[in-house]
Design a protein around this ligand. Structure first.
Ligand SMILES: C[S@@+](CC[C@H](N)C(=O)[O-])C[C@H]1O[C@@H](n2cnc3c(N)ncnc32)[C@H](O)[C@@H]1O
Length: 465
C-alpha cells in the first residue's frame, strides 16, 4: 500500500496556519503560498504546500460534511484542523483503493495482501484521527480539541465512502468531486454525463509538474523526469520535485508549461523571418515557445504586450532568455485603449504577420492546477469574460497585416468563451469582412490528457470587402 507520510510537526502546523488564513481572507492560493512560514526545510515546505492544495481541492466535500456534523461553525484554526484531517482521510482512502487495484483485487479483502491493505488502511485512519486530536490539543483550546476528537471520528465513513454511481445527479457529483453545483450542471449541459464525470475526476487528481526543455543538450534533465508522450520537448515530474527543477528554470534551460500550449503556437504557423505580436503575453510562456520553435533562422521580431502589473517582471525575465538574432521588445499597455500609441512610441511596427491573443478567461481548462479557481468563479463571470474577450479580439485584429494570421486562444473549455466569441467576431462587420476562420482546435483534458484550451486561427484577407 502507498504510504501516507504524515506531515512533520512543522509542515502540518504551517498548513493549518495557511488554511486558517485562506478561510479568513480567501486569498489566491499562489499569493497565499508565498506566505509559507519561514524556517521550514524544502521537504517540509513541499509537504505543507501539497496539503494546502489538497484541502482546497477537496474543500467542498469536507466542508459539506462538517456543516452536517457541527451546528455552529468553529473558529478558523479549528476548522482548518478538521479540513486537513478530512483531506488526509480522503487521501488515505484513495491510496488504499489504488493499492487494491494494483493487486488486481478490487474487493481488497479476499487475499493475504488484500487483508494487509485493509489493516494498513485502518492503521492509517487511526493515525490521522490521533494526530489531528493531538495537534488540536496543542493549537486550540481543550473544548475545541474535544470537538475535533468527536468530529474527525464521524468524518471517517463520510470521507472514505466510495464514489457516487455513474448516473449520479449534479448535487451528488458536485459534493463528492468538490465543485460548485452550478458549474457541474453547466458541464453536464455542455459535455454530457460521461465527459463531465471524467473532467471532475481529472480536476481532482494531483497534477504532475509539466515543463518544456529549451536546450539541445538533455544531459542535465532532472533524473526523475519522464518525456510526455506525443509532445516532443515536454517532460513531467511528480509534484514535490520542485527543488530538482528550480535551478534549471532559473538558468532558462526549462520552462514550466503544459503541452496544451502548443496548440496556440502551432496554429500561428510561424515562418522564419516573420514579425510576431503576442498580445496578453505575460508571463511569456507562448512568446518563448514561439521564439524557440520557429523555423530556423528564427523570427525577425517578437513584440510582447501586456498590461502594466507585477506579471511584467516575469515577462521581462522570460523574454531575456530568447536566443538568436530575433529582435525582442516588451510593451506595457492596455490593448483596448493604448496599444497603437504605445507601439508607435517604441518605434515598433503596427502590422504583423502573426498575432496571438491569448485572452484572460474563466480557467475552466486548468482547474486541476489552479485549484482555487472553481471557488472564485461565478456563473455570471462567463458573460463578462466573453464581452472582454470579444473587445480584445477586435482590438487585436487591427494589428494583423493583410494575408496574416490572428490566433485567438483561451485556457477555457467553455463554449461561451471560445466558439461563441469567435462566432460573434466573425458576424461583426469588422471581423466577417476582413477575416476567414481557417482552423480551430479544442483540448478537453479528459480526451487529450493535457490542460484544456481553445484555439482559433483567422486569416486576414488581402483586401476586405
Ligand atoms: C491567459 S494570460 C496570458 C498568458 C500568456 N500568453 C502566456 O502564455 O504566458 C492573459 C493575460 O492577459 C492580460 N490582459 C488582460 N487584459 C488586457 C488588456 N486589456 N491589455 C493587455 N493585456 C491584458 C493579463 O494581464 C494576462 O497576463
Amino acid at each position: 500500500m502507498r504510504n501516507i507520510t504524515h506531515l512533520k510537526k512543522g509542515a502540518w502546523e504551517s498548513a493549518v496556519h495557511l488554511l486558517t488564513r485562506w478561510l479568513e481572507q480567501r486569498e489566491r492560493v499562489d499569493t497565499l503560498l508565498v506566505a509559507s512560514p519561514a524556517g521550514l526545510t524544502s521537504v517540509e515546505r513541499a509537504r505543507c504546500q501539497y496539503s494546502v492544495y489538497g484541502v482546497i481541492r477537496h474543500f467542498g466535500r469536507v466542508q459539506a460534511a462538517l456543516d452536517e456534523l457541527i451546528a455552529h461553525s468553529p473558529r478558523f484554526p479549528t476548522r482548518a484542523i478538521l479540513l486537513l484531517a478530512g483531506y488526509e482521510l480522503i487521501e488515505a482512502a484513495a491510496a488504499a483503493s489504488a493499492s487494491a487495484q494494483e493487486m488486481g483485487d478490487l474487493q481488497g479483502r479476499e487475499t493475504v495482501q488484500g487483508r494487509e491493505t485493509a489493516a494498513d488502511f485502518t492503521g492509517q485512519v487511526a493515525k490521522i484521527v490521533h494526530h489531528a486530536v493531538e495537534q488540536a490539543k496543542r493549537l486550540t483550546s481543550p473544548a475545541e480539541a474535544r470537538l475535533v476528537n468527536a468530529v474527525v471520528r464521524k468524518l471517517v465513513p463520510l470521507m472514505t465512502a466510495p464514489p457516487p454511481p455513474k448516473l449520479a445527479g449534479p448535487e451528488l457529483l458536485a459534493r463528492y468531486f468538490s465543485h460548485p453545483e452550478w458549474l457541474v450542471r453547466r458541464w453536464l449541459f455542455q459535455f454530457g454525463a460521461e465527459s463531465t464525470r471524467r473532467l471532475l475526476e481529472w480536476n481532482q487528481s494531483t497534477a504532475k509538474l509539466s515543463f518544456r526543455w529549451r536546450i539541445q543538450n538533455t544531459d542535465s534533465l532532472p533524473e526523475s523526469s519522464t518525456p510526455i508522450s506525443g509532445a516532443a520537448g515536454f517532460y513531467e515530474i511528480e509534484s514535490g520535485h520542485w527543488a530538482e527543477l528550480e535551478p534549471l528554470l532559473k538558468s532558462g534551460a526549462a520552462y514550466v508549461q503544459d503541452p496544451s500550449t502548443r496548440l496556440a503556437v502551432e496554429a500561428l504557423e510561424l515562418a522564419a523571418g516573420e514579425r510576431f505580436l503576442d498580445l496578453c503575453a505575460a508571463p511569456g510562456g507562448k512568446s518563448l515557445l514561439a521564439a524557440d520553435t520557429a523555423p530556423k533562422p528564427g523570427l525577425a521580431r517578437v513584440v510582447a504586450l501586456d498590461l502594466p502589473s507585477p506579471r511584467i517582471a516575469f515577462l521581462k525575465e522570460n523574454l531575456a532568455t530568447i536566443q538568436g538574432e530575433t529582435q525582442v521588445a516588451l510593451v506595457q499597455a492596455d490593448l483596448l485603449t493604448e496599444a497603437r500609441a504605445a507601439l508607435r512610441e517604441h518605434g515598433l511596427p503596427l502590422d504583423y504577420d502573426a498575432v496571438l491573443l491569448d485572452a484572460p478567461c474563466s480557467n475552466t481548462g486548468v482547474m486541476r492546477r489552479r485549484i482555487d479557481a472553481k471557488w472564485r468563479l461565478q456563473e455570471r463571470d462567463f458573460r463578462k469574460h466573453a464581452q472582454q474577450q470579444l473587445s480584445l479580439l477586435h482590438a487585436a485584429a487591427r494589428f494583423v497585416a493583410p494575408g496574416g494570421r490572428l490566433v485567438y486562444s483561451t485556457c477555457s473549455i467553455d463554449a461561451q468563451e471560445n466558439e461563441e466569441v469567435v462566432r460573434d467576431f466573425m458576424q461583426s462587420r469588422a471581423g466577417g469582412s476582413a477575416f476567414i476562420l481557417e482552423h480551430s482546435a479544442m483540448s478537453f483534458p479528459w480526451e487529450s490528457g493535457h490542460d484544456g484550451a481553445g484555439v482559433y486561427r483567422l486569416r486576414k484577407r488581402l483586401t476586405s470587402y
